[in-house]
Design a protein around this ligand. Structure first.
Ligand code: ATP
Length: 215
């Protein structure tokens, strides 16, 4: 269980709070707007109404005690930047800040953010890749070159075993698991038969996977 300070309770912040709660983490939620704070009360351990650009207010929260600080302010870049840099100055262990533009991401990283999340860009990329192919069900980018894809098997894979297809050698991608009837099986062997009623989790370079799916 981690103790998390979550600042900014718009839609993004609220969804983050709900998921952290589901994962049983301890969340202190902060927003300048009382209504927004009230709205997340069912999902968080503690909450405070306050301005996160106010150093005294932030200091009173005991920043160094949190395992993780998330700055989920999106549009007000000035507040987001000031909050990020104050958190670091006050001894925050890890600060993750939300960026709304490329230039924001750069400045946040230079001014105290250990990492940035960029929901619009990340989700836009996912949407384009997921829905531009009939074969791709899900996609997790690992870095600029590599990703994990959940795919429908190409037609020429059906009724063949993983060993016979020689997927790793032929396509330069690794089969990590197979999902049938909603259940994920991670024990793939050369004898595993592709029947056509599954989705397959593959790990590899984007262009190798796209080549194999003829995208
Ligand atoms: P979302 O896109 O997540 O729905 P939003 O567009 O409603 O958010 P943003 O400007 O991104 O609003 O801000 C997110 C939240 O951060 C808001 O609830 C806002 O009140 C809060 N916020 C902004 N500045 C501060 C601040 N200095 N201190 C505390 N909370 C702040």
């Amino acid at each position: 269980m981690k103790s998390v300070l979550l600042i900014g309770l718009g839609r993004f912040g609220k969804h983050t709070a709900m998921k952290l709660n589901e994962l049983h983490h301890e969340v202190m939620a902060v927003d300048i707007d009382e209504e927004r704070v009230n709205d997340v009360l069912p999902y968080v351990t503690n909450a405070q109404i306050g301005d996160s650009t106010n150093e005294e207010f932030l200091e009173s929260l005991g920043i160094s005690n949190f395992d993780l600080c998330i700055v989920a302010i999106g549009d007000d870049f000035q507040s987001s930047l000031e909050t990020t840099s104050l958190l670091k100055e006050l001894g925050a262990k890890v600060v993750v800040s939300r960026a709304a533009r490329d230039v924001h991401a750069k400045f946040l990283l230079r001014n105290g953010a250990d990492d940035v999340v960029y929901p619009e860009r990340q989700l836009a990329k996912w949407t384009a890749i997921r829905y531009s192919s009939d074969y791709i069900f899900d996609y997790i980018e690992l870095d600029d070159d590599n990703a994990i894809f959940e795919i429908l098997p190409p037609k020429n894979w059906i009724n063949k075993t993983v060993g016979r297809l020689d997927i790793r050698k032929k396509y330069n991608i690794n089969v990590m698991g197979i999902r049938r009837g909603g259940k994920l099986d991670l024990t793939v062997t050369p004898d595993t038969l592709i029947t056509g009623d599954e989705t397959i989790l593959v790990l590899g370079k984007n262009h190798d996977i796209q080549k194999c799916l003829h995208i």
